[in-house]
Design a protein around this ligand. Sequence first.
Ligand code: GDP
Length: 300
Amino acid sequence: LVRLRARLSRSQNALGKGLLTLLSREHLDEDTWEEIEDTLLTADVGVAATTELVDRLRERVRVLGTRTPAELRTLLREELLALVGPDLDRTVHTESPLDTPGIVMVVGVNGTGKTTTTGKLARVLVADGKIVLLGAADTFRAAAADQLETWGERVGALTVRGPEAGDPASVAFDAVKEGAETGADVVLIDTAGRLHTKTGLMDELGKVKRVVEKHAPLDEVLLVLDATTGQNGLVQARVFAEVVDITGIVLTKLDGTAKGGIVVAVQRELGVPVKLVGLGEGADDLAPFEPEAFVDALIG
Ligand code: GDP
């Protein structure tokens, strides 16, 4: 965790450092407040959240009068934390209320890191002593099932797959059935994410969901978003949220961007918490999203 934190802070703390430097100016004039806004917008915090944060900071700085570096740091930390939402439930639910495996569906646009995230999550669950089964319902991308199976072998999870270009819902059905029959604790279903038409996506994901829910309730629908795609990611998020009820967000590639503000923007957009973050391509590069650690990494 310490290693992950260090990696996160290397790419992220430009934002917090920049804000602190600006706040420490002797005269906090209009231009400075605008620069503070620009810094937040550049980090993809979004317009509404930026306005809210700056208004609150201005008011508190005004009330405070004196502004020692320590005071400003505390202020900024508190306000950023409030924005990130320190009290949201970020547990990834994998425990079925019934005597059936917990079921997690992983959705998102191709290339965002869906398959990788499914593999990494399997690793975390296996390390936790759970029997995990993977369902390769991304039958659209030719290599996706192979990639998932490789992850399965690597982390110690069986993979259920279907014929290439086969019906994703039927693979999901088989995976959940196999999971129940073999006494798996959790079934993770990787889905396809081509966004060429919304109706196509809607039909496909909707069908996967319906078929799975015939067996058992879905415990989580995790939406995978690539942090480096910024506002574009928000547009994608909206489309997916219309198709399925998202219960949590996984923000990937946070290691490769200083635009960590997207955490705030996407949570507001969907009203759903970021639960996990991807911090690299390796098997251990998935971490729970911790608001305090995140904000500390921002401020450095
Ligand atoms: P999918 O099409 O959504 O299933 O995407 P993949 O899982 O195949 O991932 C696409 C690419 O992103 C691969 O090269 C992954 O190794 C890479 N990737 C996934 N997650 C992360 C992450 O958190 N950080 C970095 N740097 N790369 C990632």
